[in-house]
Design a protein around this ligand. Structure first.
Ligand SMILES: NC(=O)c1ccc[n+]([C@@H]2O[C@H](COP(=O)([O-])OP(=O)(O)OC[C@H]3O[C@@H](n4cnc5c(N)ncnc54)[C@H](O)[C@@H]3O)[C@@H](O)[C@H]2O)c1
Length: 277
């Protein structure tokens, strides 16, 4: 449907040139600051906030300099003001209507998640292709049929769409959402979406996160293996066993390097569950 598509990796935010890596850390700061605000803590040092957000403090200070927030020496940052500043930067001071397409197990779970509203997102509509679901309430909202998709989006002024359909339907759903005016998509379907210039796609894939954990588990198991070798009857001359362990360590070090490369793009060295598509 859309022509001249490309797959545009976002590296720099359009918002005043704030680097995308900084934008990815802003929600971490906001979560830590909101917890402080709920405890009525008035100010926080960069070190305390960095620890609470799981980010190093030099990176935090650099990130805040992009917001024009430098804190006060000896006092730290004003918690309430930073909450406001980061919320404003993330566009959370306004209410964002969101549509979820595909109201199966995942779509229904997302619709029932109470955390969106408190973070500035309102589920405006639930859409599914199954005529049997039309009119059925999920999380207090009646599911609407995909025939209505374009009308729902224009009536509600929606710019953010969540795709929770099977992978085979996701591109077609994406095309319809984009043609109807959606400019930001959160894709849960395990497929790469093509979108025209100007449309942002973020992808969530929990199985990728699990695969990374499996990699680390495997490596930990590999590190324990030499202990077993030492208790077993010597099947090879000691020098050979030492060489084998050295090889194993070299392999593990290589694997570490590869893992480091893969994790470079995360907010602070960890891979985000939500990633640019
Ligand atoms: N990203 C993750 O971490 C993660 C986790 C779980 C599931 N998933 C993915 O999420 C998707 C949904 O999983 P599920 O378990 O909820 O599946 P499901 O089968 O329970 O639900 C899919 C829903 O999509 C609807 N649908 C199908 N085609 C459609 C279309 N063209 N337009 C609108 N609706 C359509 C179906 O009627 C159904 O209600 C799958 O792609 C799955 O692989 C991703």
């Amino acid at each position: 449907m859309a022509t001249g598509r490309n797959h545009r990796p976002a590296t720099t935010s359009r918002s005043r040139g704030i680097p995308e890596a900084t934008v990815a850390r802003l929600p971490l700061y906001l979560r830590a600051l909101t917890a402080l605000s709920e405890r009525s803590v008035p100010t926080v040092s960069s070190e305390e906030l960095a620890t609470a957000a799981g980010v190093n403090s030099a990176k935090l200070r650099k990130d805040f300099s992009y917001l024009g927030s430098y804190g006060t020496r000896g006092v730290g940052y004003d918690v309430e003001y930073l909450v406001y500043q980061i919320s404003r930067e993330l566009g959370l001071t306004q209410d964002w209507p969101v549509v979820i397409v595909g109201i199966g197990n995942l779509g229904a779970a997302l619709a029932n998640y109470g955390g969106f509203a408190s973070r500035g997102f309102r589920v405006a509509a639930l859409i599914d292709a199954d005529p049997g679901l039309a009119g059925k309430p999920v999380a207090g909202i009646a599911v609407q049929h995909t025939d209505e998709l374009e009308k729902i989006i224009s009536d509600n002024g929606v710019s953010i769409g969540v795709i929770a359909t099977p992978a085979g339907a996701a591109q077609q759903v994406c095309d319809r959402l984009v043609a109807a005016g959606i400019t930001s998509i959160l894709n849960f379907a395990p497929t790469v979406l093509s979108v025209p210039e100007g449309v942002d796609v973020r992808k969530v894939d929990l199985s990728i996160e699990l695969q990374i954990l499996a990699f680390h588990e495997q490596r930990k198991a590999g590190e324990e293996a030499p202990e077993e070798e030492e208790t077993a009857p010597p099947a090879a001359p000691p020098a050979a066993a030492v060489t084998k362990r050295a090889e194993k360590r070299a392999e593990a070090a290589d694997a570490d390097k590869r893992a480091d490369k893969r994790t470079e793009s995360g907010p602070d060295g960890d891979v985000p569950a939500v990633m640019p598509a």
